[in-house]
Design a protein around this ligand. Structure first.
Ligand SMILES: Cc1cc2nc3c(=O)[nH]c(=O)nc-3n(C[C@H](O)[C@H](O)[C@H](O)COP(=O)(O)O)c2cc1C
Length: 294
């Protein structure tokens, strides 16, 4: 029997299956399955199911398991939202949420490239404001500065040179707050030490309209933070990168090869926690004082 001759609405699949079934003995078995189904009079009821199975089998025989797994994940994502979630995921997630902390002292040990990439992949699946970046590729970018990369000194020089003006303009905008006092008094030391971390990641989110790139990037960074926690890698936000508006700075953007003003930039430090590091005690808000059911 010629599979291309499958009648009616199934013709499209038939041509497809025919193509797939020309590949190897494994596929011929798929063909026999079709014939058997027709022989048993089941064809009318099951032809779509059988066709889908044969096409999948053809793919499997032709391209191996990897593709089938990818296609299955795509189908799962399309038709089932939370199908593979169970109670254990919630328990594990709670553990990760409570284990997450800001780490501010790092061991000099370099991170494995694949761990850094896993953290970035977690950032890539974070939600993003889709309309502002519609039709714009590369709306999320990451720049990794690991170890003694020569770019570090160039970045440091830019940050240190611009820091006094940054502290001054902060005080002008917000007045003599504790934060502006900290910027003026301890800021230069902080600026000098800012990049002295085992690994720095500058994350960029493309600006659009409305200008909500910072919100998008926060989701991204939280994903990265949680992933880093599962890998026992310490994480520190370096919000001076965003508050100094380094994404608008011509010299700084030149180092990253991006156009000034195109991306909102923020920074994080990653590294294994130093041996003597203890997270700062934190008092999180409690549910009683934070929640109001309306
Ligand atoms: C928007 C934002 C900016 C932050 N910037 C910094 C920063 O520049 N440096 C730093 O060490 N921590 C920074 N933090 C971390 C907070 O200080 C920290 O999350 C908070 O004290 C609670 O501690 P925890 O992270 O250990 O739960 C920032 C946090 C947020 C949400």
């Amino acid at each position: 029997m010629k599979l291309g001759a499958i009648p009616g609405g199934a013709r499209g699949w038939g041509v497809f299956s025919k193509h797939m079934l020309t590949r190897g003995a494994a596929c011929r078995r798929g063909g026999r399955l079709l014939v058997a189904c027709r022989g048993l009079g089941l064809w009318h009821y099951f032809r779509w199911v059988v066709h889908a199975a044969v096409v999948a089998y053809g793919f499997y025989a032709s391209y191996g398991e990897g593709l089938i797994v990818k296609v299955s994940i795509m189908v799962m994502r399309r038709y089932f939202v939370f199908e593979n979630m169970d109670k254990n995921h919630g328990v594990m997630l709670d553990e990760v949420l409570h284990a997450r902390h800001t780490v501010r002292a790092f061991s000099p040990t370099e991170l494995k490239k694949e761990d850094v990439e896993q953290i970035i992949k977690a950032g890539l699946v974070a939600p993003y404001a889709a309309l502002p970046v519609a039709g714009k590729p590369n709306f999320r970018k990451f720049f990794v500065i690991q170890g003694n990369s020569p770019i570090k000194e160039k970045m440091k020089a830019i940050i240190v040179a611009k820091f006094p003006a940054h502290a001054e303009s902060f005080e002008k905008s917000y007045g003599p707050t504790p934060f502006s006092k900290m910027l003026k008094e301890g800021g230069m030391k902080m600026a000098n030490a800012l990049l002295d971390k085992p690994c720095i990641i500058l994350s960029g989110e493309r600006w659009g309209v409305p200008a909500i790139a910072p919100e998008s990037l926060s989701f991204c960074q939280e994903n990265m933070w949680l992933k880093a926690t599962t890998l026992k890698i310490g994480f520190q936000l370096l919000s001076v990168v965003s508050s100094m508006k380094l994404g608008n700075d011509k010299e700084f953007c030149q180092l990253l090869n991006i156009k000034p003003g195109e991306y909102y930039l923020d920074g994080i430090a990653l590294g294994y926690p130093a041996a003597n590091f203890k997270p700062a005690p934190v008092k999180y808000p409690d549910i009683e004082s934070s929640l109001k059911w309306l």
